[in-house]
Design a protein around this ligand. Sequence first.
Ligand code: SF4
Ligand code: SF4
Length: 55
Amino acid sequence: MAYVIDDNCVACGTCQSVCPTGAISEGDKYSIDPDTCISCGSCAEACPNEAIHEG
Ligand code: SF4
Ligand code: SF4
């Protein structure tokens, strides 16, 4: 299952910089492309706001 970003996202960009597959896109809040995410968990570990969870 791909990881997902919830409403706690404050758009800091940390997750995007650690994602090895480029699955995370910028916006008002960041989002993860489920087809590109390999569920490595790096983004969830790096997020300062606990906004990323396993889908
Ligand atoms: S690291 Fe967390 S708070 Fe920062 S952009 Fe990603 S999901 Fe949002
Ligand atoms: S779980 Fe890994 S591959 Fe999926 S969005 Fe997060 S850092 Fe990228």
